[in-house]
Every structure is written in C-alpha cells, then in structure tokens.
Write a protein that binds this ligand. Structure first.
Ligand code: UN1
Length: 513
C-alpha cells in the first residue's frame, strides 16, 4: 500500500548518509548503520549510515560559521526563508505525511496533521519574525533611557522523539531560525528517514536562496556518540530535547554542568476528569482520540480517566462500546483510526504494563491483546485497552507509551478529583469535562490542575501550535512552539543609554573623583 516512489520524490535512497549541513551530506559508512523497518508491515524501507564524531564536529563548525552570518540578517528577512519553507511543505504535505505514517505507524490523518503542524508553525514564526519585542523602561536617572532587546543565541540542538518525527523539530527550528539561530537536529534513530526528507526539502530552500551551509543541520547518530557530545558542547548554548524523563534528567545534569540552557519536553501522565455534569457526547470521542490516537504514543495521550462514581458505569459502558468500533489496521488507509505500535519493543512494554497492573489489582475490561492474523503479521498491532485501576498503583504512576487507559473512580467534589489528578510526578496535559462553571474554574485555578496544559471540554492531546507547549514537574518545565516560547531561543540584553551631560549613579550613590 506504500508507494515506494514516494521515497525517491523525497530524496531518500536505499542507502543514506547521516549528517548534512544544508546541501552537503557526509560520506561516513563506518559509524554504524540503521536499518529502518516500517512498523506497518515490517519491511525494510531504507538504510542510514550513522554520523561519526568527525561528522558531528564538521556540523558544529558549519553551524557556528553560519550563525555569524545569520545573526546579521534582519529578523523579518529570516522570516521570509521560513515563509518559503512553509510554502514548500504545503507542496510536500501528502508525500511527507505518508512517509511519517509508513516509518512511524501513526494514522495517515495524523501523519498529514503532523505536516500541517509544521506548516502552521512556519506561518506563526513568520509573523513572530516581526514581533521579537522587548520592553522599554523608565530610568530613575535623568536623561537616561532603558530598554531591552533580544539577540540571536547561537547554534541550537534539537533532539526529537520518534512519536512526532517532524513536527517537534519544526516547532523548535522555525522559531530558532527567525530568532537568528542555526539548527542542529538529532532525530530519533527509529525515524531517521522523515528527517532526511525534511532536510532535503529545506535544502531546496537553502539552495534557491543562496544561503550558507550550516543553517539547517541534520545529524543522525548514536546517543553515546552524538547525543552525549551535544550535551557537553559549550558551543551549543541551548538544547531542546523531547524524550523520556530519564533521558531528560540525564541531559539536564550534563547541560547544567556547563551552565547551558535547555528546553525539556518529557513524559506526561495526562488525565481527564469527568464530573457528573460532563457532556458525554463530547467526552467519549475526545477520550477515545486522546487514548487511542497515535496508538497511545503521544506525550499528550490520555492515560487516566478520573470519573465521578455517579456516572462511572455509564462512562465505562460507552467507552467499551466506542473501543469496539475503533478500526485498527494499516494506517495508510485513511479510514483507520489506529495503526501499529512503533516496534516490537513497544509491544513488550504494553504487555508488561498490563501484567503489572493486573498484579497490582487492576482489571482489564477491554483489550489487552496483541493482534494476529491477516494484516497484523508485523506483530506490532495491539488492542487499545481499558483497565479499572487506582491512581496509586505503581504502573498507573508511570508513563507507558501504549494505548492503555486507566479508569479511576472518585467520590464527592471536584476537589477530590483534582487531588487524584495531581497525584502523579508528571505535569503535561490535563482536561475536565463539565458544564458546571464552578468546577471548570476550580480546575483552572491556582489550586486546580498542576499541568502546563489544562483544557475544558476538549481532550488532552492535539494542542494547537499557537499556545506554549510543555509541562511542569517531571515533564521538565520547558515551553516550545507558540505564545512567547521564542524568548528561550534568544539572549536577552538590558540596555541603558545616557544622553545627558552628567553621570548620575543609580540608587543615588555619590562617587566623585
Ligand atoms: C508530543 O507528543 O511530543 O498536542 C507532541 C499534541 C501535539 C503534539 C504532541 N500537538 O498532541
């Protein structure tokens, strides 16, 4: 069902190289090779020769050189390049979306959605390129003026995860580019081909505009070789990393040791609260999309449902019914809701989590199986699963990247639900379904949800790019994408200018010589 001519149209060969500085690709063949298989049918898509330490060094040098040029270009003109990237992505939306789906396994609707997310952030970044605002302040000294400005930061490393192989790069890279930074992208080794395709698309724009090598760099390589170097590299002032909390903790320690900056977007354990006033006609599809979309492998996936006891049985029955209608299969078919998990390792993780939840007293009420038979030969398709559980179970406290939804009962007021809701270490996304204003506002108040994202009457996943994306606690605290997230990609400078003939000191200090 996957038309292999798409690969050629996106510049992907049978054998590909792992590092690129814009147009020029590395030639290294002895630093390990990735064999990229589709989770859909298990077939080999292509090979990628990983980048070596020398390739990395070349990339960083080019990124540094290009930065010296790029920071001198006016921000709106940097925005013009991003505008062209957005236009080109529109042309490639169908092909790139199909490759995202074939390489990673999310439904084609979500594959296209992911490319749309890239296009949206391009549009956003173009506008932002004329709005890199600082404040002006009133100086306490006569004939003095104070203001602040935002300057480009330097080469920014963007380390992305397999679940959003291209959109998360775009959130970071398009904002970094208008900010005047250069980019070094390390994609997840499970999904290097979509990154190569994007690098080729951006490469066309680099060429057409006579831009220097080093503005957009890609480096596909081992964590132990490339990842560790990035974390320790003083030439990289900012690292934006999406991944597990364990990886983020390690990264933060290393980057902090050199006093570098980081944006971390780590695990979520997102919940939806259903109060007695919830409109279940809205809630049920939102829950199913949130729990089953991307086969439960979004950071924002709905993992816990906190349901008022008075509607618990009704919700449970509606969900079982809805889960029975989820179409699971080849995600390239646009009628399919849920494709495979990313690989067999992810299937093991799914099965182990279910064993554990049963051992802790949980009860599987739907799903819990690996699918077999025609269409499921790859061994990567599972049934989305509903489990009755309690919030304090160890496994419920963890983020399991699989379509497992825990149903948890609460009694009494919304405050009780919020207490359960916040009683996990992660803090990414959250939502409440209610038509009761007091409950909704309590959930959004300072003593409500402790997450970076809190929604009312919509689900936990599928955020728009215009908002700042990220979360609190062990989710890492970083913010990417919209709102004023751009500030993290720039260095801030406060300027005081004396246009008088005296030199008054602040705080009224007298110092005469
Ligand atoms: C992620 O899973 O890392 O809000 C990103 C969403 C998407 C992005 C998720 N816009 O679900």
């Amino acid at each position: 069902m996957f038309d292999r001519s798409i690969l050629e149209k996106l510049g992907i060969k049978e054998e590909n190289f792992g590092a690129c500085t814009g147009l020029e690709w590395s030639k290294t063949t002895d630093a390990g090779v990735l064999e990229v298989h589709s989770p859909i049918d298990g077939k080999l898509i292509a090979r990628v020769y990983q980048a070596s330490a020398e390739d990395y060094e070349r990339v960083v040098q080019k990124a540094e050189e290009a930065f010296k040029y790029w920071r001198t270009i006016p921000a709106p003109r940097r925005g013009e390049i991003v505008r062209q990237i957005g236009l080109r992505l529109r042309e490639y939306k169908d092909l790139l979306g199909r490759l995202v789906t074939y390489e990673m396994g999310k439904s084609i609707q979500e594959g296209w959605g992911e490319v749309q997310e890239m296009i949206d952030i391009c549009d956003f970044a173009v506008g932002q390129s004329r709005m890199l605002y600082g404040f002006t302040m009133h100086s306490e000294r006569p004939n003095h003026r104070m203001y602040e400005q935002y300057h480009p930061l330097g080469p920014v490393a963007i380390i992305t995860a397999f679940n959003f192989p291209v959109a998360v790069w775009a959130w970071n890279a398009m904002i970094a580019t208008v900010a005047g930074d250069t980019n070094i992208w390390k994609p997840a080794s499970k999904v290097p081909l979509t990154a190569i395709a994007v690098q080729n698309i951006v490469g066309e724009i680099v060429k057409e505009n006579d831009l220097p090598e080093g503005l957009f760099n890609l480096v596909i390589g081992k964590g132990s070789v490339i990842g560790e170097r990035i974390l320790e590299d003083k030439r990289i002032p900012l690292v934006s990393l999406t991944g597990s909390t364990a990886v983020g903790r390690h990264a933060a320690t290393k980057i902090s040791a050199r006093l570098g900056k980081y944006i971390l977007e780590l695990g979520g354990n997102n919940a939806i609260i259903l109060t007695p006033d919830a409109n279940l006609e809205l809630a049920v599809p939102a829950i199913v999309f949130g729990a089953v979309g991307t086969a439960g492998q979004r950071c924002t996936t709905t993992r816990r449902l906190i349901i008022h006891e008075s509607i618990y049985d009704r919700v449970k029955e509606s969900l079982i019914k809805a889960y029975k209608s989820v179409r699971i299969g080849n995600p390239l078919d646009d009628k399919i809701h849920m494709g495979p998990l990313v690989d067999k390792g992810a299937v093991d993780t799914y099965l182990k989590a279910l064993e554990q939840v049963k051992a802790e007293g949980g009860k599987i009420i739907y799903g819990g199986e690996v699918l077999t038979g025609p269409g499921y030969e790859a061994g990567t398709y599972v049934l989305p699963t509903l489990v009755e559980a309690e919030n304090h179970y160890q496994i419920v406290q963890e983020e399991t990247f699989a379509p497992i939804l825990y149903l948890i009962k609460y009694k009494g007021s919304v405050e009780n639900a919020i207490e359960i809701h916040n009683d996990v270490v992660q803090g990414l996304s959250s939502s409440i379904f209610t038509n009761n204003l007091q409950e909704a506002e309590t959930f959004l108040s300072a003593w409500g949800s402790d997450c970076g994202i809190a929604n009312v009457n919509i689900g936990t996943s599928g955020a728009e790019i215009g908002g700042a994306f990220g979360g609190e606690k062990e989710t890492g605290g970083g913010r990417e994408s919209g709102s004023d997230a751009w500030k993290a990609y720039m260095r801030r400078q406060t300027n005081t200018i004396n246009f008088g003939k005296e030199l008054p000191l602040a705080q009224g200090i007298k110092f005469e010589i």
